[in-house]
Ligand binder design. Structure first.
Ligand code: HEC
Length: 135
């Protein structure tokens, strides 16, 4: 089920992101954190958090209205649950293209073309991809 843990690499990355998130949210004292100096991971954690905002905000992505993510409240189910995304979408650009214009893969999809219709900016799409890959 949790295919995100399929490889050691994914496991390490997930652990890193989780630690960075804990640091970013102040749950762990930054001075005690083993990776306190790792600004790359802290930056990614910030982008993931911003992406989560785009994902959940109704006037932005409103993705929760169709997609379940673990821990979400009252998600819709018109689309598939977004789980194990890094394992299922190893190509970041392909994932971005799916969100930019889902009709490329399925002309009959009900998922809105967020990039094509300028519902989200390129920067919003990028942080959204960071967030989706963390799922
Ligand atoms: C109106 C419902 C709807 C909304 C809103 C929606 N999606 Fe989707 N999405 C779908 C459906 C249905 C599919 C299944 C594939 C298809 O229809 O081609 C899908 C597929 C996907 C996939 C590929 C599925 C997989 O499991 O690999 C991703 C990734 C995705 N959506 C991300 C998003 C993101 C990010 C947002 C918000 C910016 C979003 N979706 C908003 C309906 C929606």
């Amino acid at each position: 089920m949790l295919r995100v843990f399929e490889s050691v690499n994914n496991l390490l990355l997930t652990a890193g992101i989780a630690t960075a998130l804990l640091l970013a949210t102040g749950l762990v004292d930054a001075q005690e954190g083993a990776i306190a100096d790792n600004s790359v991971e802290a930056e990614l954690a910030k982008r993931i958090e911003t992406g989560r905002g785009v994902f959940e905000t109704r006037r932005k992505g409103n993705c929760l209205s169709c997609h379940l993510v673990i821990g979400s409240e009252l998600p819709g189910n018109a689309g598939p649950p977004l789980i194990g995304m890094q394992a299922r979408w190893p190509d970041r650009e392909a994932l971005k293209a799916q969100i930019y214009d889902p009709t490329l893969r399925n002309p009959d999809t009900i998922m809105p073309p967020y990039g094509l219709h300028r519902m989200l900016t390129d920067e919003e799409l990028d942080v959204l991809v960071d967030y989706v890959l963390s799922l």
